[in-house]
Design a protein around this ligand. Structure first.
Ligand code: ATP
Ligand code: MG
Length: 577
C-alpha cells in the first residue's frame, strides 16, 4: 500500500503537498475515536455503580453521580459533533484540492507528449480519464491513507481494553478477523478488474459523445439519427453491463461483510453470556464488551473494505499511468538550440510508416530558401513530410537536417520557434480573431497582428465584422467561413516570422482574388525564408521549386535538387523559373 502510494506520488508529483491536511485529519479522527470510547466506560460505571447497586447507595448520591456522568456524555457528544464536521470538511477540501492538482499535472504532462503517442488514446477517453479516473485515484491519498491509519488506531484501543477486561473472551471475539481478511483480498482483485471495465466503458461513451457532437451537421444532412441511436445503444450497453457486473460483485461482498458484526456478537453472547451466568464476568463487563466488539469491528470492516477500494482506485490509477507513460516529445535536456542561417532543409534516407503502412522508405529531398511546392496524389505523404520536418513525428530511420544540423539533436522548442506551420485541418481556438492570430507570437504588438492579417488577405473581412478583431470565432471557428478560417490560420503562421514556413493546403478554400495577393505576399516573404507549400494546385506565374512526391517516392535514391529543370508547367522534381 505505502509502496503504491509512493509510486503514485512520484508519478503524479503530489508528494508532501498534503501532509499537513493528512496529519490534521488523522489527529481529528483519533480524537473523536478516543471520545467515542468514553461512552461504554460511562455506561459500565452507571450500570455497575449506580443502577445495579441502587439499594447500596443513597438515592441523592446516585442521582448526583448520574447527573455528573450525563454532563460528561453531553460534552463528549458535542466535541464529537465538532470533530465530525471538521473531519468531513477537511477530507472534502483535500479531495477537491488533490483532484485539481492531479488534473493540472496531467494536463501539463499531455502537452509535453509526442503527438503520435497522444493519438494512441482516443481524445474522449483522455477526457474521461482526467474527469472520472482522477476522482477515483485521488482517494488513494485523500481517503485511504487516513482510513488505514485511523482504522489501525481505532481497533487498538478497544482491543487493549477488551484484553484487559477479559483476554480469553477478547481473543474468541476477534477470531472472525482472519476470515474477513481473506474475503477482502479475493474481492479486491475481482473488483479491480471490474472497475477497469467500467472506466473503459465510461471512456468509450465520452469518446462517442465527443465525436457525435462534432458531427451534428453530418447527422442532420444524412438523417443519421437512428443510426447514431444504435451506435449509442451499443456503447451504452457495454457500460451498463460492466456496471451491473460490478454492482453484483459489490452486493455479494457487502452481504458477506455484513456478517462482520453479527458473527462476533453471536460469539460474545455464546461464550460471554455463559461467563456472566457463571459469574466469571459482571453484566457491566458483558455490556461494555458488546460495545467494544462493535467498536473493534467498525475499523475492521473499514480496513477490509479498504482493500477492494484500493484495488478499484488502482484500476483508475493504472489508466492515468498510461497517459503519464506516453513518450515525451523531447526526452533529452540541454540540447543545443537551432540557428537558421540559409534555411536549407535536407531529408536523407528517410523512412517512416504508420503502423504497417510504409509512407517513406529511403526517401531523399532538399528544399532551399525560396518557395517550394510539394505536390502529389492524396495520401502521397505531403502532410506527413511536413509533420516530420517540424518534428511532430519522428523518422524511423534516416535524418532531416536544417542548415546541416540534424533536427533530432536540437532543442525542440528552438526548432519550433524557427518553423511556422499551417496544418491542413485548420485549428482555431474558441476565442476572438485577434487571439487566434496572436497565438502565432504571444509577444507580438497589435500592428504586427494587423500586418499579418493583411498579408493573409484577412484584414478586409475582419474589419467589416461588427466586432472586428474582437469577434468571437466559436468552437473551432464555426462562426467563420472555411476560407476565412484558412486566412486567419495563415495570418497566425505569418505572424511567427520564422525562417521556415510549412503551409499545408494554404489556399484550398481561398477565392481567386485573395489567392493572387496571398501568393504575391508569400513570394515576397520567401526572399529570406524557406517556404514549403503542400498543394494540389500550382499558382500561375509564381516562381519556385516543384517536388512531386509521386515521383520521389518511387525513385527513392534520387534527390530532388539533382533533378531541378526549368520546365514550367510540368510536374516533377524541378524548379519553375
Ligand atoms: N495518423 C495516421 N495514422 C495512420 N495512417 C495515417 C495517418 N495519417 C496519415 N496516414 C496515412 O498516410 C498516408 C499519407 O498521408 P498524408 O496525410 O501525408 O497524405 P497527403 O499527401 O497529405 O494527402 P492529401 O493530399 O490528401 O492531403 C495516407 O495513406 C494516410 O492513410
Ligand atoms: Mg495532406
Amino acid at each position: 500500500m505505502i509502496k503504491r502510494i509512493r509510486e503514485y506520488q512520484k508519478t503524479l508529483n503530489v508528494s508532501g503537498r498534503y501532509q499537513r491536511y493528512l496529519i490534521l485529519l488523522i489527529f481529528i479522527n483519533a480524537a473523536s475515536m478516543i471520545f467515542s470510547l468514553i461512552n461504554p466506560l460511562v455506561l459500565k460505571r452507571l450500570i455497575d455503580n449506580v443502577f445495579s447497586s441502587s439499594g447500596d447507595i443513597d438515592k441523592n448520591v446516585g442521582i448526583n453521580i448520574l447527573n455528573y456522568w450525563l454532563a460528561v456524555l453531553v460534552i463528549v457528544f458535542a466535541i464529537s459533533a465538532v470533530a465530525t464536521y471538521l473531519s468531513q470538511y477537511i477530507s472534502g477540501k483535500l479531495s477537491a484540492t488533490i483532484s485539481d492538482d492531479i488534473r493540472s499535472d496531467l494536463f501539463k504532462e499531455i502537452n509535453l507528449k509526442r503527438l503520435a503517442a497522444i493519438y494512441k488514446i482516443k481524445s474522449g477517453d483522455i477526457v474521461s480519464r482526467i474527469m472520472n479516473d482522477v476522482v477515483l485515484s485521488q482517494e488513494l491519498i485523500s481517503t485511504y491513507v487516513v482510513r488505514l491509519i485511523s482504522g489501525i488506531m481505532g481497533l487498538i484501543l478497544p482491543l487493549v481494553i477488551m484484553l484487559t477486561l477479559k483476554w480469553d473472551l477478547a481473543l474468541i471475539c476477534i477470531m472472525p478477523t482472519i476470515f474477513y481478511s481473506v474475503i477482502s483480498w479475493i474481492y479486491g482483485n475481482l473488483l479491480r478488474d471490474k472497475q477497469k471495465r467500467v472506466l473503459q466503458a465510461t471512456g468509450n461513451i465520452t469518446s462517442f459523445l465527443t465525436e457525435s457532437l462534432s458531427i451534428m451537421p453530418l447527422v442532420k444532412v444524412f438523417c443519421l439519427e437512428d443510426y447514431q441511436k444504435g451506435r449509442f445503444a451499443s456503447v451504452g450497453s457495454l457500460y451498463r453491463d460492466a456496471s451491473i457486473d460490478m454492482s453484483k460483485t459489490i452486493a455479494s461482498y457487502i452481504s458477506i461483510s455484513s456478517l462482520n458484526f453479527f458473527v462476533p456478537i453471536i460469539l460474545l453472547l455464546w461464550v460471554g453470556g455463559r461467563m456472566t451466568l457463571e459469574g466469571t464476568i459482571t453484566i457491566g463487563t458483558l455490556v461494555a464488551f458488546s460495545t467494544y466488539v462493535t467498536q473493534f469491528f467498525g475499523p475492521i470492516r473499514d480496513l477490509s473494505n479498504l482493500w477492494p477500494n484500493i484495488k478499484r482506485s488502482e484500476a483508475a490509477f493504472e489508466r492515468l499511468r498510461e497517459i503519464v507513460d506516453l513518450d515525451l516529445e523531447n526526452e533529452i535536456h540541454n540540447r543545443e538550440g537551432l540557428v537558421v542561417t540559409q534555411g536549407k532543409i535536407v531529408v536523407k534516407d528517410l523512412a517512416y510508416s504508420y503502423n504497417n503502412e510504409q509512407i517513406f522508405d529511403n526517401f531523399n529531398v532538399t528544399f532551399d530558401r525560396g518557395l517550394n511546392f510539394l505536390i502529389g496524389d492524396n495520401g502521397s505523404g505531403k502532410s506527413t513530410l511536413l509533420h516530420l520536418i517540424s518534428s511532430i513525428y519522428k523518422p524511423h530511420s534516416g535524418r532531416i537536417e536544417i542548415d546541416g544540423k540534424d533536427i533530432s539533436e536540437v532543442n525542440i522548442k528552438s526548432l519550433r520557434k524557427n518553423i511556422s506551420i499551417l496544418l491542413q485541418n485548420v485549428q482555431l481556438i474558441d476565442a476572438t480573431i485577434y487571439e487566434n492570430i496572436s497565438i502565432g507570437d504571444l509577444n507580438a504588438m497589435e500592428e504586427e497582428v494587423i500586418e499579418a492579417a493583411r498579408l493573409a488577405n484577412a484584414h478586409e473581412f475582419i474589419i467589416k465584422l461588427p466586432q472586428g478583431y474582437h469577434t468571437q470565432v466559436g468552437e473551432n471557428g464555426m462562426k467563420l467561413s472555411g476560407g476565412e478560417r484558412q486566412k486567419i490560420a495563415l495570418a497566425r503562421a505569418a505572424l511567427r516570422k520564422s525562417r521556415i514556413m510549412l503551409l499545408d493546403e494554404v489556399t484550398s478554400s481561398i477565392d481567386e482574388k485573395s489567392k493572387k495577393s496571398i501568393y504575391a505576399a508569400l513570394s515576397n516573404l520567401s526572399k529570406d525564408r524557406t517556404i514549403i507549400i503542400a498543394t494540389h494546385e500550382l499558382p500561375q506565374g509564381i516562381k519556385g521549386g516543384i517536388f512531386d512526391l509521386n515521383d520521389l517516392r518511387v525513385q527513392p535514391s534520387q534527390t530532388a535538387t539533382a533533378h531541378l529543370a526549368p520546365s514550367p508547367g510540368e510536374f516533377g522534381p524541378k524548379r519553375r523559373e
